[in-house]
Design a protein around this ligand. Structure first.
Ligand code: ZN
Length: 165
């Protein structure tokens, strides 16, 4: 890679990020662990952040506020469902905030999130926990390189910090 490289489609990029909500609550950060590795242009990350990263160089730091529309989408109200615990996988300890795979009305696979755990039931919601929220990212671009043909085919990075398979 040369020092003049900028982030563009089909590059594997590593970033450090801290995600803060409008209430000041830091909900996630890569600080203290490996940077996040993603394949630019493959929707590995939310669209508003990917758009802002395009054209940036290694070593650059910036802040960006991503609207819900360019983040995890608007929140859909009234979508919560109560599910008996005994239909849940028995080997799983269900916890609030946990994502689960479920079958939608047409048999398609969808992700739902656990919002409450009761004695006999679990409440699930198809809204991502960050749906409807503005995402305030503090970003530092660490490294970038061209993706391999295999990574492009899979749509995600391989190796340390990426998919291992
Ligand atoms: Zn892969």
């Amino acid at each position: 890679m040369s020092a003049n490289d900028v982030i563009a489609d089909d590059m594997v990029v590593s970033i450090h990020y801290t995600l803060t909500l409008d209430d000041g609550n830091a909900v996630d950060s890569s600080r203290g662990r490996e940077p996040l590795l993603y394949l630019h242009g493959a929707q590995n990350i939310v669209p508003g952040l990917e758009k802002e990263l395009a054209g940036k160089k290694a070593g650059e730091s910036f802040d960006v506020a991503v609207s819900p529309e360019e983040g995890y989408g608007p929140r859909m109200e009234g979508m919560e469902q109560k599910v008996p615990k005994d239909v849940m996988p028995q080997d799983l300890e269900i916890q609030v905030g946990m994502p689960l795979s479920a079958h939608g009305p047409d048999g398609q696979t969808m992700t739902v999130w656990v919002t409450a755990v009761e004695d006999e039931h679990v409440l699930i919601d198809p809204n991502h926990p960050l749906a409807g929220k503005t995402l305030n990212f503090a970003i530092e671009v660490m490294e970038m390189r061209a993706a391999s043909a295999e990574e492009l085919e899979h749509g995600h990075p391989h190796g340390p910090g990426g998919h291992q398979h």
